[in-house]
Design a protein around this ligand. Structure first.
Ligand code: SF4
Length: 76
């Protein structure tokens, strides 16, 4: 199963919590209102990828945890 290393660019995060809706066991908002990765394996990888795709700010980057390859967004 693919595991992701997940990065959130907090400077670009709009704090709309869409990622938390898509993968609620992976993403959460802390007491200061910042989105963070609660558990990188909290949800199935397909949910995590959907969360990254749903982020309108493209603030979520996914790397394959084993190979280090950037999975999302795809490099051109
Ligand atoms: S979906 Fe993107 S912009 Fe929205 S809270 Fe998550 S990281 Fe921030």
């Amino acid at each position: 199963m693919t595991r992701y290393r997940i990065t959130i660019d907090s400077e670009n995060c709009a704090l709309d919590r869409l990622c938390c809706e898509e993968a609620p066991n992976t993403f959460d908002v802390d007491e200061e209102g910042q989105t963070y990765v609660m558990d990188p394996e909290g949800d199935p990888p397909e949910y995590i990828k959907l969360a990254a795709k749903r982020c309108q700010m493209q603030a979520i980057t996914l790397h394959d945890a084993e190979t280090g390859e950037q999975v999302y967004p795809k490099r051109r």
